[in-house]
Design a protein. Structure first.
Length: 135
């Protein structure tokens, strides 16, 4: 193999590796964005479920749910059951979990985190209330 052919082979291998790295980065970035959009959808479902609970019992306080607690662990007791158990973060237990910060008579706060900047929100931790995302 000549010196020129060796150089071409090295350049082609470098370009191939760079292309694979770039594709892997964009794939990971798109996966993170998809999980963030799923989180925002989950929050809307939580808001709807908690509002239904409020209209039934005139409070957001759930018996047996002592904040701070994971949303998936708050199910209520006795007659005052609530179905939030199926909502858990799409990434699992790696720091991105829905946590109930407070349940009051007339409002609630759920902490969540985003992996990327999405829907006008910066990545990081946010609070969700009955009125929406608290800034």
């Amino acid at each position: 193999m000549t010196q020129r052919n060796k150089f071409k082979a090295i350049v082609y291998v470098f370009l191939l590796v760079a292309g694979v790295v770039i594709l892997a980065f964009f794939w990971q970035y798109n996966q993170s964005k998809a999980r963030d959009y799923q989180r925002l959808g989950d929050l809307k479902l939580m808001q709807q479920t908690l509002n239904d609970y409020f209209f039934r019992y005139n409070t957001y306080q759930i018996p047996g749910c002592n904040p701070p607690a994971l949303v998936s662990n708050c199910r209520g007791t006795g007659e005052r059951l609530i179905n939030l158990g199926g909502l858990s973060d799409p990434l699992g237990g790696s720091g991105y979990q829905y946590t109930i910060v407070s349940l009051g008579d007339d409002d609630f706060e759920i902490e969540f985190a985003l992996e990327t900047d999405v829907a006008g929100l910066l990545k990081g931790y946010h609070l969700y209330t009955k009125s929406g995302i608290k800034e």
